[in-house]
Design a binder for this molecule. Structure first.
Ligand code: HPA
Length: 248
């Protein structure tokens, strides 16, 4: 195993649980640690990528910010799997819906992740790679969503390299979001494909669940309060699922 601490994570493998929840936003990692975990200890502050380990339903669990975008998620997930011995990462993020049956505040569980990024070229594959989640995590997550009565969709998402995509001169039909929507892709976000590829290469497990924060077809958005409420549903879903998958 390469050496730790790394330039990005100033911790040791035993500081982390085998399961790490990853919101994009460091303040969300802090919020989860302070409001949902017991005995939470901050184990990383490098570059503000806050990480905490504590207990949920008596299981040791970690939460760490991924930052925004594929390169950031690529770095942290690589180090967690390959250097810190983490077995399972669950991204908990937000996404913009591109299908009319998906509403703001719904939860999208990413079975697969298409991407506009060239992240996969590093693997020198003689074809294209289909980034997919862990079936075990997906199954546990949908079972917990049913138990909690949470409205969710399981499907493909798009991990985009751009948030502000230049659509000058394009008609509605020709927008990238319309094209991905025609392929039944549920929503757009910016990290999951990197997580799934890094997990696959490391022989580890990953799942991304996202609350729909805005609708790219209707322009509908959520208020800060609505985002917080749907975020808390997602945290409970992620923590219940994460805790259940940890061996005692
Ligand atoms: N694009 C990319 N990422 C996002 C979006 C979006 O529209 N909404 C929330 N995360």
């Amino acid at each position: 195993m390469p050496l730790y601490p790394t330039p990005h994570i100033n911790a040791a493998p035993e500081d982390f649980s085998e399961t790490v929840l990853m919101p994009g936003d460091p303040l969300r990692a802090k919020f989860i640690a302070e409001n949902y975990l017991t005995d939470a200890v901050c184990i990383n502050k490098v570059r503000g990528a806050l990480a905490y380990t504590g207990y949920y339903k008596c299981k040791k669990i970690s939460v760490m910010a991924s930052g925004m975008g594929i390169p950031s998620m690529g770095i942290y997930s690589y180090e967690l799997y390959n250097i810190f011995g983490v077995k399972r990462i669950m991204r908990i993020g937000s996404a913009g819906a591109i299908r009319s049956d998906i509403k703001v505040r719904d939860i999208v569980i990413a079975m697969g992740a298409c991407t506009t990024s060239s992240f996969a070229t590093q693997y020198n594959l003689p074809g294209s790679f289909a980034p997919i989640c862990s079936y075990e995590m997906l199954k546990a997550c949908t079972e917990n969503a049913e138990k909690l009565g949470i409205r969710y969709h399981v499907g493909n998402i798009l991990t985009s390299d751009t948030f502000y995509t230049d659509t000058a001169g394009l008609t509605d039909e020709n927008l990238p979001s319309s094209a991905w929507g025609r392929m039944n892709v549920t929503a757009i976000e910016m990290e999951t494909a990197a997580l799934y590829m890094t997990a696959a290469r490391a022989g580890c497990e990953a799942l991304a669940i996202c609350t729909v924060s805005d609708h790219l077809l209707t322009g509908e958005t959520t208020s800060a309060e609505e985002r917080q409420n749907s975020f808390t549903d997602m945290i409970t879903l992620a923590l219940d699922t994460g805790a259940e998958l940890i061996d005692d």
